[in-house]
Ligand binder design. Structure first.
Ligand code: SF4
Length: 331
């Protein structure tokens, strides 16, 4: 029997910006992005620092910092247009239907409350779980994120945990309300390499056990290959290529994706690691035409002057590059 997949999250023509210096400086942090995520699917959102990945996560939660605004576009989540909801409706959705795992676990954990209090809060507040059932739920969640002796450790405070345990506890909090979507923003950046691997395996196991959908933000395409079904590559606030992990790795069409794949460290490779030349652009002063042109080895006059359109290759893979336009034309 073929199981029908349902779209859980659909982001359409989303634009967001930050305004500073009395309105004279505008940073287009998200510049017209489109993507969908099905139930139970994992999507990697990839790119260098400052390309708009984190702003995209915050926009999904409608939690942009004070200088930020969603200018236009829609974010449909589980059949509702989040842009049409009131602030209190959004507060109910966050923590219950959507959870977030941040880079720095200490930013998510309150040093004054026990682990029990913090893991219990979403289940209690959003799902009405109480008393003995709440205690059992916390133990079960801590066990699911591999916290040893959860009945004892749940009485402790965040400072009594190691960095890896703190990040796993943040994972337990994000699952506590029984969400349909978790957004994990560079969750392994502050962990050492062995703990990183354990954490990634844990997240993948939890995702498979619970069927939750996952948006996984990273600058590391190697991690995406391990974790994700599909990938969206961001550059200068735009998604420049997206598609299934298999297609993107086997046949990356955009030169930026090709460069990111080339810069993945490989076991046994003695050559110096490839580094993409130049720097990502300043989002307040974007280059003309294709924003990647100052760093692209294939840039032409057309790339400098005209922004390329998206080209679809019919299997969900899309690329925003003049080379893709030519490739599609030539069949
Ligand atoms: Fe490079 Fe031109 Fe493609 Fe941009 S449009 S990625 S500059 S080839």
């Amino acid at each position: 029997m073929v199981t029908a997949t349902k779209t859980l999250l659909k982001v359409t023509d989303l634009y967001a910006q930050f305004t500073g210096f009395g309105g004279t400086r505008v940073v287009r942090a998200i510049d017209g992005i489109n993507f969908t995520l099905d139930q139970g699917e994992t999507m990697g959102l990839v790119g260098e620092s400052g390309c708009g990945k984190t702003t995209t996560c915050h926009a999904i939660f409608r939690l942009l910092p004070p200088a930020g605004d969603i200018v236009s576009g829609s974010i449909e989540f589980d059949g509702q247009d989040l842009m049409q909801l009131s602030d209190s409706e959004m507060r109910s959705i966050r923590g219950r239907d959507m959870g977030m795992i941040l880079q720095d676990p200490m930013a998510s954990l309150d040093p004054l409350f026990t682990i029990m209090d913090q893991v219990a809060e979403p289940a209690h507040h959003h799902r009405g779980v109480r008393g003995g059932s709440l205690r059992e739920r916390v133990v079960e969640l801590l066990r699911s994120v591999r916290i040893p002796s959860p009945e004892i450790r749940m009485r402790e405070f965040p400072h009594q945990m190691s960095g890896g345990m703190r990040q796993r506890i943040v994972g337990a909090i994000s699952l506590s309300g029984g969400p349909k979507l978790i957004v994990a923003d560079e969750p392994t950046t502050n962990l050492d390499v062995t703990i990183q691997l354990q954490y990634l395996n844990l997240l993948r196991d939890l995702q498979q056990e619970t069927g939750v959908s996952l948006v996984f933000v990273t600058h590391n395409l190697g991690i995406v290959a391990k974790m994700c079904d599909k990938v969206a590559v961001m550059y200068a606030g735009k998604i420049v290529e997206q598609g299934s992990v298999r297609n993107i790795y086997n046949n990356p069409r955009h030169p930026y994706t090709q460069a990111l794949i080339q810069s993945i460290p490989r076991l046994g490779n003695k050559d110096p690691l490839y580094v993409i030349p130049g720097q990502p652009p300043n989002l307040a002063e974007l280059p003309t035409g294709c924003a990647f042109h100052p760093r692209c080895p294939f840039a032409t006059e057309k790339c400098i002057n005209e922004e390329p359109p998206y080209v679809s290759f019919g299997d969900g893979q899309e690329s925003k590059c003049w080379l893709s336009v030519e490739e599609a034309k030539n069949g």
